[in-house]
Design a protein around this ligand. Structure first.
Ligand code: OGA
Ligand code: MN
Length: 203
């Protein structure tokens, strides 16, 4: 079991979010970054807004490219991360009495200058996303490169830089957030823990 699970549960219970460094080690991040087929924009698609019934790409709202990931067919370095998500689900169900059933996750690339405007992750017609979970893959990210995740909390905003190995987990139903533009490519694996089994639509 990852030594970080307890801190994630505590953060969620107390504040509705948690930021954890070294959730993936630098070696584990490095192995994912070596997967050229994952990073190649030609294999990715422009992310949309809303669920599959109302999918539309809106340049002015978000500019990222995504690649949906699947437990069975993902390359080994990605499986290492996805397995840890399954373990985290089991831990959170026990410690916080949640009834998380599954996750959905995609590899994400924001080209320089792109962003994702302020939003909530729960869809209007599909509110099965309970927790948003993002793991960043960008070694030695500098503050002046921009690209922070900005979370809108009750009494403040919190900016989190997308540093390699860092995990951010937050309640999808209440925490509004945005991705600020960066001067450099910004990579992550973005996922959601669901209260039902993931649909097959993405696979
Ligand atoms: C998202 C999102 C945040 C980030 O994909 O819905 O808000 O930091 N991502 O990448
Ligand atoms: Mn989001």
């Amino acid at each position: 079991m990852s030594p970080h699970f307890e801190a994630i549960a505590d953060g969620l219970a107390e504040h509705g979010y948690a930021v954890i460094d070294q959730f993936l080690s630098q070696q584990e991040v490095g192995a994912i970054l070596e997967l050229e087929e994952l990073r190649n924009t030609a294999n990715m698609k422009r992310a949309g807004i809303g669920n599959s019934q109302s999918l539309q790409v809106q340049e002015g709202i978000r500019g990222d490219y995504i690649n949906w990931l699947d437990r069975e067919t993902s390359p080994q370095p990605v499986k290492v991360y996805l397995t840890r998500l399954d373990e985290l689900i089991a831990f959170l169900n026990q410690s916080l009495y949640l009834s998380l059933k599954d996750y959905e996750a995609h590899f994400t690339k924001y080209p320089p200058g792109t962003f994702y405007k302020r939003h909530l992750d729960q869809f209007k017609y599909d509110d099965h996303r309970r927790l948003s979970v993002i793991c960043y893959l960008n070694p030695e990210w500098k503050e002046e490169e921009g690209g922070a995740l900005r979370m809108y909390l009750l009494d403040k905003t919190l900016d989190v830089l997308p540093e390699a190995g860092r995990l951010v987990c937050f309640r999808s139903d209440i925490i509004e957030h945005e991705v600020l533009p960066a001067t450099r490519e910004r990579l992550s694996i973005t996922g959601w823990m669901l209260d039902r089994l993931a649909a097959l639509k993405h696979l």
